[in-house]
Design a protein around this ligand. Structure first.
Ligand code: HEC
Ligand code: HEC
Ligand code: HEC
Length: 127
């Protein structure tokens, strides 16, 4: 039983370490590969969606009125209107731009590990 608990603690610590390394890389990084018509051009779908403008929405008079102050700086608004709000600054890569609004990684998770070409093995279609 004691041995089991010991392994369990190591497992939890290990999972935590792995998760802690995943950084937000930003929509431009995802878009480098996900802009081809034959695989769905997810970048274009996103660019044409309201999510791409979710931060700009906060930079309007209407938004400031709702917030009763600067909406674009208000954590109450940012928590839904951008990706990566409230996460530790060390988890935002230098390429990540918060003004890009609700980005891929809000839904798909921080992508520093899975963005890499090597993770797609032989099936990688990117040349
Ligand atoms: C180096 C190129 C590359 C980058 C950068 C990249 N991807 Fe991908 N991604 C691929 C390839 C290749 C596939 C598998 C083939 C396909 O479905 O287009 C894939 C598949 C996916 C899938 C589908 C997985 C499944 O199980 O069907 C999702 C979701 C995805 N990527 C999201 C992202 C997001 C979000 C980012 C940015 C954080 C990102 N990708 C960055 C190349 C890339
Ligand atoms: C719980 C998530 C959430 C929070 C918190 C939030 N918003 Fe939003 N907001 C949304 C969503 C989702 C939409 C898009 C709704 C739609 O298009 O139907 C939106 C849309 C808007 C719009 C555009 C409305 C329109 O008709 O075009 C404004 C302006 C706005 N929000 C301002 C704010 C302000 C200011 C705050 C902070 C005081 C805030 N939001 C907080 C989720 C949120
Ligand atoms: C609002 C949440 C959301 C955002 C933002 C988002 N996705 Fe997705 N994405 C999804 C969901 C949900 C699916 C699964 C759709 C399905 O199975 O029909 C998906 C599917 C995918 C797939 C699998 C292939 C496909 O087209 O179904 C890829 C690749 C992908 N997304 C990449 C991206 C990239 C790149 C971005 C940013 C440019 C992005 N997504 C932004 C929610 C999102």
């Amino acid at each position: 039983m004691q041995k089991f608990s010991y392994l369990f603690v190591i497992f939890i610590a290990f999972s935590f370490t792995v998760n802690a390394q995943n950084q937000f890389v930003g929509v431009k990084t995802c878009g480098m590969c996900h802009k081809k018509a034959d695989t769905g051009n997810q970048l274009k779908i996103w660019e044409e969606s309201a999510h791409a403008n979710a931060f700009k929405t906060l930079q309007t008079e209407a938004a400031d009125k709702i917030a009763g102050g600067k909406a674009a700086e208000d954590p109450k608004c940012l928590k839904c209107h951008v990706s990566g709000h409230g996460v530790d600054a060390s988890l935002l890569s230098s390429k990540f731009i918060i003004e890009d609004g609700v980005q891929c990684e809000t839904c798909h998770g921080a992508g520093s590990a899975y963005k890499s070409k090597k993770n797609y093995g032989g099936s990688c279609k990117i040349s």
